[in-house]
Design a protein around this ligand. Sequence first.
Ligand code: ZN
Length: 298
Amino acid sequence: MRALILATTLLLPGTAMTPSAPATASRLEPLRLGRLQVWKLQDGRLSLAVSLLKGLDPAEARRMLGGRDAADTPVNAFLVRMPGHTVLVDTGMGKDPEEDSGHLEAQLAAAGVAPADIDLVLITHEHFDHIGGLVKADGSRTFPRAVLRVARREHAFWTEDPSRLPERLRDRAPKLKALFETYGKAGAFRPFEDGEELAPGLRALPAHGHTGGHTVYAFTSEGRELWCIGDLIHFGAVQFQHPEAGVAFDLDGDRAVKVRQELFREAAHRQVALAGAHLPQIVRIAPKGTGYEAVPVP
Ligand SMILES: [Zn+2]
């Protein structure tokens, strides 16, 4: 048995040792909601320490994570085919030599889509694990035919007045400006206003708190709803039951909690499918105790 395990490890480096790494050999099948086809594309993974959770007894959080001190979390992008558009929500971390990342293009191929097929790229917020795949190693656009869209408030939050940011984040402004200008130079960067309808059946919902202009993308088709919720939640095993718990990266922690509670209430009421950048599955939620129970969408 040990020999077999070793052989498997050698044949499939990374796969046997990291069970949550993306499987790209086989074709990825979409989830169908009305006329939407939705693929969860796992670009990489991050280990999130329990100590990042705020507003919850750490012992309780550790118990909910099966006694572990960290949660192994995916970094997802979502591909949505809708009438008239092929949309990518977020772009993962990109290729980082120190992380298990940069699988987005292989995942897209497994979904049967080439980067040039995508006509709309939507960014939930400008953290590195959501924008890392926008450009290739040579600095050119990964998605040459796509219009890149992000909330005007989010882009301004990072780039217009860095003095409002925590000191450790101020050096990001010039890098983010240059990154988005890669699309801007081609006339393909269009920031939008909060609440704007981006296409029929696709709306941007302001969900500020995690960052200054964090956005949820709401897709509707034939009465079915999908929300790509970005970083509205990081620890699926903890924060559905405890939506009052925040994470250290929420730049406005109180607001992030309030927005999470409001959007969870609405999503539970309307049976919205929730696609989270750091959730292992697309889920629907139902009230349970003082929080929610998440059930994977089949
Ligand atoms: Zn994130």
